[in-house]
Ligand binder design. Structure first.
Ligand SMILES: [Zn+2]
Length: 171
């Protein structure tokens, strides 16, 4: 018996996300730490306050500077996909599957994907971070995320040395 079910945090976050799906679905964040080298804000771009994000036009990208809040449970940081076609497959563990999408037999592979809350002094918004961007933020490969999640290691907030990020949002 587990006194603290590992999924609790996840479920609470999921619940929040379902309730705010409309906002969440609108954003995909690309980001790096302010001291990182991945993103530099172009000269003619301004960093906008989060409160103004909603009024931005769809199909544009823009920059915010925000504190990123991450899920606590590593199980919230990846999904398992078919390595051939990328189809997401609901499975608690990696296993061999027959993919209904591409009709192939394949071993599931983890892909980094997680939801974040982005906050600045004007407000907050949810975003989703995927793939290499996610691995970069976590300073872990997706294989490492999966391995650690399988032994129930929790993310410590102090593992993140930079909590303010310049983030390019795609709406
Ligand atoms: Zn497939």
């Amino acid at each position: 018996m587990q006194i603290n079910p590992p999924y609790q945090q996840c479920l609470q976050l999921r619940k929040w996300i379902v309730e705010n799906r409309e906002i969440l679905a609108s954003f995909i964040a690309r980001s790096t730490s302010t001291s990182g080298s991945l993103i530099s804000v172009p000269m003619d771009e301004e960093i906008i306050p989060i409160v103004n994000v909603q009024s931005r036009q769809n199909g544009h990208t823009f920059f915010i500077e925000a504190k990123i809040s991450l899920p606590n449970d590593l199980k919230c940081f990846y999904v398992l996909i078919c390595p051939n076609c990328g189809q997401e497959v609901r499975s608690p563990v990696r296993r061999e599957i027959h993919c209904m999408n591409c009709n192939q037999q394949n071993m599931l592979t983890p892909r980094c994907r997680f939801d974040v809350n982005l906050q600045d002094t004007s407000g907050s918004v949810f975003g989703m971070i995927m793939g290499k961007e996610g691995e970069r933020i976590l300073s872990l490969t997706v294989e490492e995320v999966y391995e650690r999640a399988s032994v129930n290691v929790r993310i410590q907030s102090k593992q993140f040395t930079h909590d303010h990020f310049i983030i390019e949002l795609a709406k």
